[in-house]
Design a protein around this ligand. Structure first.
Ligand SMILES: [Fe+2]
Length: 413
């Protein structure tokens, strides 16, 4: 007989007006509750609705130098000065790397993205939303995208500088969250304003972001063709304990930057895709990077093609989340002794993916009663262990037998 306290009805009854210390926080809807309460002009347009101009909506804006509020405030402009970039990123939540892509790199990547996006539309497999076409899994769609994920100077000349800012902001060992193309259409809707680290809401990290986004600007962008909307400085909560996380905010600007600029922005910065008033598409790439414990937006371990996997550098694998360790990415226990670091074989999920591609055989339910019938050679885990776990030597395996002998002798006594 199950004790009555455990019944669904009893659990319900014991939960009325109960001590639930986290309930209000979990239901708070922050940071958006205080953002929209104190700034109702930030509410997004309804799906399919006509956009309204001259009424103060967030998307009805312009670049900083033409903006009533921002024109007299010194905001980040494109620079190659690393000291300046650090300060801009900290103070305003974003910075702009001048000529982060060379003109050749920018033109080459833009051509590849345009062609890929057109082909996905032609086949009817593209991903469209009201504000943008997204091209996902770029890792499989061209060598330059692999180069971007590795911050290889052959693909992005500012690679070493971008990597340094990532290391300093997220700490070492960060992973890629995603790499995609964001293509806005002529006359598209704006995106709702958001923080890219929304997936941890209502947790709001005051000290540092858990996500840093790198945007590759593939043509000149401005207020006309949909330069991304940014609220400078809105990576820091500005509310009081009485009003919530956010109080009244200044209006956003449109990003103004020449082709080849690399925008890096804090995962807490309020931003959104802008309206494209031009008669052409607007192309940017976004590459978010996150703390290594975060679940990634793109499931790179499943997504990466066998061909890309076969040629993947240790660095690419590491950044895509292929290095497991005691707290992350274990498969049937394999990876527990991994370090999570680049090139560590004991924690490499590349070997697991190869087994999966071949047809993985799981360990499943075992019993001493049927131990003789187990085909050890058929288990994928056994192959992974044999090929990668150096610590699994004869002595280690004998120690397991000794433990079984010990238990058997205890049972005899
Ligand atoms: Fe975003």
């Amino acid at each position: 007989m199950v004790p009555d306290e455990f019944s669904v009805a009893s659990v319900e009854a014991a939960s009325v007006d109960a001590f639930r210390p986290y309930a209000a926080f979990l239901r708070s809807g922050e940071p958006y509750t205080s953002i929209f309460l104190n700034n109702p002009w930030l509410l997004p347009p309804k799906a399919g609705a006509e956009l309204e101009w001259g009424q103060g909506w967030y998307y009805d804006t312009t670049v900083a130098r033409k903006h009533d509020y921002w024109r007299n405030i010194v905001l980040p402009t494109p620079t190659k000065d690393l000291q300046q970039l650090r300060r801009n990123l900290y103070e305003w939540g974003f910075c702009l790397l001048e000529d982060g892509l060379s003109s050749e790199q920018c033109a080459r990547i833009r051509r590849r993205v345009e062609d890929q996006a057109a082909a996905e539309r032609a086949l009817g497999i593209a991903y469209l939303v009201e504000s943008q076409q997204h091209v996902w899994s770029l890792v499989n769609k061209g060598a330059d995208f692999v180069g971007l994920l590795e911050h290889d100077p052959a693909a992005v000349q500012a690679g070493p500088m971008i990597e340094r800012l990532l290391d300093e902001t997220l700490g070492p060992g960060w992973n890629h969250f995603s790499l995609l193309a964001n293509i806005s259409y002529p006359g598209c809707h704006p995106q709702p304003m958001h923080q890219d680290q929304t997936w941890i809401a209502p947790i709001n990290t005051g000290e540092a972001p858990v996500l840093l986004n790198t945007m590759y600007v593939l043509q000149d962008v401005n207020e006309h063709n949909g330069g991304t909307l940014l609220v400078p400085g809105a990576h820091r909560a500005n509310g009081t304990p009485e009003t919530g996380l956010y109080g009244p905010l200044p209006k956003p600007i449109n990003l103004e930057a020449p082709a080849g600029t690399v925008l890096m922005f804090d995962g807490r910065l309020l931003h959104g895709g802008a309206v494209n008033h031009s008669d052409d598409f607007r192309y940017v790439l976004t590459n978010s990077c996150v703390k290594p414990w975060a679940r990634q937006q793109e499931n790179f371990v499943l997504e990466v093609s066998p061909e890309v996997l076969a040629n993947a550098s240790d660095k690419l694998l590491w950044r895509m989340g292929f290095q497991s360790s005691i707290t992350a990415g274990l498969v049937e226990g394999y990876g527990y002794r991994g370090t999570g670091r680049q090139g560590d074989r004991v924690g490499s999920l590349r070997e697991v993916r190869r087994e999966l591609d071949r047809g993985y055989h799981h360990v499943g339910e075992l019993s001493m009663d049927t131990i003789e019938s187990v085909d050890l050679e058929a288990l994928s885990l056994m192959r992974l262990q044999r090929e990668n776990e150096e610590f699994r030597n004869n002595e280690h395996i004998e120690s397991m037998a000794k433990l079984n002998d010990f238990i058997a002798s205890r049972q005899r006594d």
